[in-house]
Design a protein around this ligand. Structure first.
Ligand SMILES: [Zn+2]
Length: 528
């Protein structure tokens, strides 16, 4: 009360000092952009205001005040892209994740293909303590928990071992994992039967998680693999998400139609089945995946012993000839070396090219010998070119398929990784939306935002709406395109000007700001 007489003079003083204006309403206003909200709805003109890491207002905000503004004229403003299929498990070692951020990715989901951290709580702490540029969520991986309990033994789990694996899954889910992943083409998950996977997936499902799968087969037996994934969803009672859906055998090109029909049939009777894909005609994986899985049992010493034994190697060679023949391939020209630790000078060469250089012969026998030597020397990461554009486009048109890169954490100019880690989102927008018109821009954005957010239970992400977390991408739809190629992958895309994570710019005018506003994200949907 006694302060009232002073109010007038104080106000006059403030005016004199030029600070009469009330404090700014917002931290940042993005003006004059075309908003695509992530739901698939038509783009609309609107300003976007951000306060305290959240979308605070949307519409004509001409009168709004903020210390920072972005003029987004001629550009679209969308939710940050959610990349649900990554191998960014060691994000704390590469905390800026520049190749993800520069293609608009604001959230990565790790723990895919059965491979994750064992201790999710510790992983979240490490990432939070380090500070990272993008948000991080993770699945808990089947291969990880199986290796922890059983090593790489090629047999069924005992009831006691199964119980220990279930306990690891349970703990990871309690610590915030978004679901349970398998990599049934990889050791040791490939040694597990469907029942084991059902028993573990059920634990994730009871906590509201999903089941994601790098399936047992992605070409010659694609339909059977999808049926197994669906059976696991039915048996364990949880949603199924098929990772990097593709047809990876030329002899089966076109089978994507049957694959999508199987998904449709399961959805029609009430099982939630979704998928993701990357928009490239090549896959990326280990060298070992080209060998019969029994060769990989028991670690490097056991592998080397098999490769050095003449009779065993003869058997391996015969099986490998069968494996490529059944895909409709005649040699390993489809296989390019991405990163070979024992001799980096071979990076970028195909297997026949490497054989020609090292063995001075490039026939199939020489190629197999080259692969024997490489696996013996610790293996390599590879790029495998064996998909068709028709299948990629058919899968892309399906409304339940999200876009995701399948990329690990790339380090600029190191190795010859798959270009998807630098370009997947930009390639979808530039090549498949703008050039080929396979899907509409709004639909592509939905496949990168609201669709994956919904499937993976990241409730306040993936939509540009008031109250949502302020993960935002601003790009020029007429310019956006990938530049990374198989030969020269370390190139950031064009056309993406700004990327905000929790309201903070990690990319500004096309340059990484080195800000680290990323958060660890636990699953936000409630246990049903
Ligand atoms: Zn995979």
């Amino acid at each position: 009360m006694s302060l009232r007489p002073a109010a007038g003079p104080v106000l006059l003083t403030m005016l004199a000092a030029g600070c009469a204006a009330p404090p700014p309403e917002y931290d940042l206003v993005i003006r004059h952009g075309l908003v695509i909200d992530g739901t698939g709805a038509r783009a609309f003109e609107a300003d976007v205001a951000i306060r305290d890491g959240r979308i605070a207002a949307l519409g004509d905000l001409t009168a709004a005040r903020a210390p920072h503004e972005i003029d987004a004229r001629g550009q679209v403003v969308t939710p940050g892209f959610i990349d649900v299929h990554t191998h960014a498990d060691a994000l704390h070692e590469h905390p800026l994740a520049e190749h993800f951020a520069r293609m608009g990715v604001t959230t990565v989901v790790a723990g895919n293909c059965g491979s994750s951290a064992v201790d999710v709580a510790e992983q979240f702490r490490t990432i939070a303590d380090t500070g990272v540029s993008v948000n991080f969520a993770t699945l808990v991986g089947h291969n990880t928990v199986r290796r922890e309990v059983m090593g790489t033994e090629r047999r069924a789990a005992t009831p006691e071992e199964l119980g220990r694996m279930q306990a690891l899954v349970e703990q990871a889910m309690a610590d915030g994992a978004v679901g349970f992943s398998t990599g049934l083409q990889y050791v040791p998950g490939t040694y597990a039967g469907t029942d084991e996977v059902v028993a573990l997936a059920r634990v994730a499902g009871a906590r509201g998680g999903i089941y994601t799968s790098h399936m047992r087969n992605e070409g010659t037996e694609l339909e059977a693999a999808i049926e197994e994934a669906i059976a696991i969803g039915d048996g364990a009672g949880l949603p199924v998400h098929i990772s990097h859906l593709k047809v990876d055998a030329p002899i089966r090109w076109g089978a994507s139609a049957d694959a999508l029909a199987l998904i449709e049939r399961a959805r029609a009777r009430g099982l939630a089945v979704t998928a993701d894909q990357y928009v490239y005609d090549a896959a990326s994986s280990s060298l070992g995946i080209r060998f019969p899985s029994w060769v990989l049992e028991g670690g490097q010493d056991a592998i080397t012993a098999r490769l050095d034994d003449a009779a065993t190697w003869a058997r391996i060679r015969t099986e490998m000839r069968g494996l490529i023949a059944e895909r409709g391939l005649t040699d390993y020209a489809f296989a390019r070396i991405a990163s070979y630790g024992a001799d980096a000078s071979l990076n970028g060469l195909t297997i026949p090219e490497a054989a020609a250089r090292v063995l001075e012969a490039s026939d199939l026998d020489a190629q197999l010998e080259m692969m024997r030597r490489m696996l013996r020397a610790g293996g390599a990461s590879m790029v495998y070119q064996f998909m068709s554009e028709d299948d990629i486009e058919r899968i892309l048109r399906h409304p339940q398929v999200a876009l995701a890169s399948d990329s690990g954490l790339n380090v600029l100019d190191i190795g010859v990784p798959h270009p998807r880690g630098y370009g997947n989102n930009a390639r979808a927008l530039g090549v498949y939306v703008r050039e080929r018109k396979v899907i509409a821009l709004e639909e592509a954005v939905r496949k990168m935002t609201a669709l994956p957010a919904g499937v993976f239970g990241l409730a306040d992400r993936g939509r540009l709406t008031v109250g949502a977390a302020a993960d935002v991408v601003i790009f020029d739809p007429a310019m956006v395109v990938d530049r990374a190629t198989y030969e020269a992958p370390h190139q950031y895309p064009d056309g993406i000007s700004h990327v905000l994570v929790n309201g903070i710019a990690v990319v500004r005018d096309g340059v990484h700001t080195e800000a680290r506003p990323g958060q660890t994200l636990a699953r936000t949907t409630h246990v049903p």
